[in-house]
Design a protein around this ligand. Structure first.
Ligand code: MN
Length: 736
């Protein structure tokens, strides 16, 4: 081919592009590319860039960036022609006639993308995104040309007026860099971010650059030393490796400063080491070598090999404390992983020739497809922005419905959270879940990219157990709401029956009591409806007798006639025991922050003063107070919502009955010694029963004694244990 005259720098540039392509496509026919170049040059003739260069320099440089990405000839033709439709009188049809359907479609796609306005009103903005994504899915080369276009424009951004500069830089960092990231194109992303950062935060950029520069010498020395050490250690272990030392990119340093709210002088790990080896096995082996040599910082080891990032990035990351106490980061990956990390989706072109684009099952494309489908029924444009920024917010998991709608959840969210995010009915009737086609437990944690299918059953109710593992407040609130509503219904039912039963017992004819009277009593308690009064009775907030004394004061006094024995929870629904017991003992316990709750000591464990206690709101009988050691507590606390803090009220001199069992040798005088201990401690004995064991040697003494507090009980028990012939002393709980 004829060389361009020395006076033609544009032609020179094109020949350089050809030479670049020849490096990796020695046999390709570049005639169509040359025709595209000639055509574009003709049409852009006379146009100038803001830099004062002929316009044609730009399309050639874009094609050159694409050549570095090793895109195919159609892609580079598109690069050369990408501005002809927008900036000249050429139509897409003309491009089609001259260069064929594929090139025309790609040029059309890029032209449409340039018209998108990402800073318009929110609804227009969403529409812009949708169009861009559609174009990307149509042919991924469109977005690659667009990214190359953006890189060149960013490299020459300094020639533009400040206002346009800001706008383009912002669009770059908010839209294009995240897209490059999602497509796994780490190198493109890095360059776009650093270029945009330079224009958006010029002062911060200068400061960081200066700081890196001022420490360059010592950093380089340090890196050199580390590098040699690592090289030697890896060689000794027989791990083949290529090691790169590098200083972090300005933008990633900047983000670190912002995240950790520190100044640039406080950033110690400006330096990083990258180890490239041949196999996954050697990646882990190299990690072992590093950790053996330097102390790893806990929580900073990240295994993206076992769990790749959604953009298929794979690498091991660790931060270690260096020889002089400086921390530095080490990334370890295979050469293949490195190529994918740097080039992302572009890596596919190099080895898979003759294809229109990446395979349909490529995860990155799957992501785009999901996004586009989701876009169709998307209401909130802001939500879409956050989806694009997917990996900038690692605390979130991006999951999909089987139809491709994106559901953004906090990390560690469960299928239940997912179900409630779709609709509260789906959550309420959820009975199972499939993740990526396989049935999983409802408590399992969802991960980025999971496709989740919820199985429902009409009429199913949410379980209280769910509250223990759901992550979103939406799910939590909905579950609580349903449970509270059904508990309230039960409480109303119980309360009403309880009132009727007490009325019968006390000879009040409830049927004769006007509804208005009950309403009045309810209002007296501060309730607007009689149902609320029933519910309060059901929850045990006060006794039926108290209510009846207000309804029929002539028949019922406020004081209960006789105490009712408290029952062990859970009570059978519909047969409530009255809470109207008198409160001589129980006044010593009180519910934190609530004085009007009925409190009683649970019969099963009868907690004594000073002992750790826990309250449980019963159905219709007030608050049962258990010893924390009570075996029933474990079973009762299935309903954490009904657990309540209780505490001992100070300074009341009273005693509680405690049941004690003493296992003894069967010998005379044992009983005397035991009662002797009790009288020494001036302990009142309520009952005492001794029996011999028939099938073995030994006896059992069971007693109920009055004990003031935990300390007294402990003293008693240890005194009993000291008696010779006593094998064991235990406190007895009434187990149900
Ligand atoms: Mn352009």
């Amino acid at each position: 081919m004829p060389l361009p005259p020395p006076s033609d720098p544009v032609g020179q540039l094109y020949r350089e592009l050809e030479a670049k392509i020849r490096e990796y496509r020695p046999k390709d026919d570049l005639a169509p590319l040359e025709r595209a170049y000639q055509f574009a040059r003709e049409r852009h003739e006379g146009q100038m860039r803001d830099s004062g260069e002929p316009y044609m320099v730009h399309p050639i440089m874009v094609a050159r960036i694409l050549a570095e990405m090793r895109l195919d000839v159609v892609g580079m033709e598109t690069g050369l022609l990408h501005d002809v439709v927008e900036d000249t009188s050429v139509t897409v049809d003309e491009v089609r006639e001259r260069f064929g359907e594929e090139v025309a479609r790609c040029v059309d796609g890029v032209t449409k993308l340039s018209k998108l306005d990402f800073f318009s009103a929110e609804d227009r903005q969403a529409e812009s995104f949708r169009k861009m994504l559609l174009a990307m899915v149509e042919d991924i080369r469109v977005i690659m040309v667009k990214l190359a276009d953006r890189i060149h424009n960013m490299r020459t951004l300094g020639y533009l007026a400040p206002e346009r500069r800001q706008r383009i830089a912002r669009e770059t960092i908010e839209i294009y860099a995240p897209i490059a990231h999602r497509l796994g194109m780490g190198k493109v992303r890095g360059e776009l971010e650093d270029l945009a950062f330079q224009h958006l935060e010029p002062d911060a950029y200068k400061e960081i650059i200066a700081s890196i520069e001022s420490r360059r010498h010592s950093n380089e020395e340090f890196l050199e030393e580390i590098l040699r050490t690592v090289e030697a250690e890896l060689r000794r272990e027989g791990i083949p490796a290529r090691i790169e030392g590098r200083v972090k990119r300005p933008y990633s340093v900047f983000m670190k400063l912002r995240r950790q709210k520190i100044t640039v002088d406080q950033v110690y790990d400006l330096m990083a080491l990258r180890i490239l080896t041949d196999s996954v096995k050697n990646c882990y082996a190299a990690l072992g070598v590093i950790h053996n040599r330097w102390r790893p910082i806990p929580g900073r080891i990240k295994d993206f090999i076992a769990i790749p990032r959604p953009n298929l990035y794979q690498s091991l990351h660790t931060s270690v404390v260096g020889p002089q106490g400086q921390t530095f980061e080490v990334q370890i990956r295979t050469e293949e992983m490195h190529r994918i990390a740097e080039e992302g989706i572009a890596a596919h072109w190099k080895y898979k020739e003759g294809r229109k684009g990446p395979a349909a099952d490529d995860n990155r494309i799957a992501w785009l497809r999901h996004l586009v489908e989701w876009q169709r029924d998307m209401q909130d444009p802001g939500e879409f922005m956050s989806t694009l920024k997917v990996d900038l917010y690692p605390e979130e998991a991006y999951t999909f419905t089987p139809k491709g709608k994106v559901i953004v959840l906090p990390r560690e969210a469960t299928p239940i959270d997912f179900a409630y995010a779709i609709h509260s009915d789906v959550g309420n009737t959820c009975v199972g879940a499939k993740v990526n086609g396989r049935i999983v437990p409802l408590r399992s944690q969802l991960r980025n990219g999971d496709i989740v299918e919820i199985m429902t059953q009409p009429g199913h109710q949410p379980s209280k157990d769910w509250l223990a593992f759901v992550r979103t407040s939406r799910a939590r609130n909905k579950i609580k709401h349903v449970i509270n509503a059904s508990e309230r219904l039960k409480a109303i039912e119980i309360g009403e029956k309880y009132l009727e039963k007490e009325a019968r017992r006390l000879g009040v004819q409830l049927s004769r009591v006007a509804r208005a009277d009950l309403d009045r009593v309810a209002a007296g308690y501060g309730y607007s409806k009689t149902e609320d009064l029933y519910a309060a009775l059901g929850y045990g907030r006060f006794s039926a007798r108290q209510v009846l004394s207000k309804v029929a004061p002539d028949k019922v006094d406020e004081e209960p006639a006789e105490p009712l024995a408290p029952e062990v929870e859970p009570a059978a629904a519909g047969a409530p025991a009255g809470p109207g017991r008198h409160q001589d003992h129980d006044a010593v316990i009180k519910v934190r922050g609530m004085d009007d709750l009925l409190v009683y000591r649970a019969k099963c464990c009868n907690p004594i003063r000073g002992e750790a206690i826990v309250g449980y709101v019963t159905r219709g009988k007030g608050v049962a107070v258990h010893s924390r050691a009570c075996p029933n507590v474990q079973n009762l606390m299935y309903d954490v919502e009904r657990k309540i803090e209780v505490e001992w009220v100070r300074a009341v001199d009273d005693a509680f009955p405690v049941r004690i069992v003493v296992h003894t040798d069967d010998r005379p005088g044992m009983l005397n010694q035991l009662t002797g201990v009790l009288s020494d401690e001036s302990t009142n004995i309520r009952s005492l029963e001794a029996r011999s064991l028939t099938d073995q040697v030994g006896g059992v003494v069971e007693m109920t004694v009055d004990v003031r507090d935990k300390k007294q009980l402990e003293k008693l028990v240890s005194a009993m244990r000291r008696i010779s012939g006593v094998r064991d002393v235990e406190r007895l709980f009434n187990q149900t």
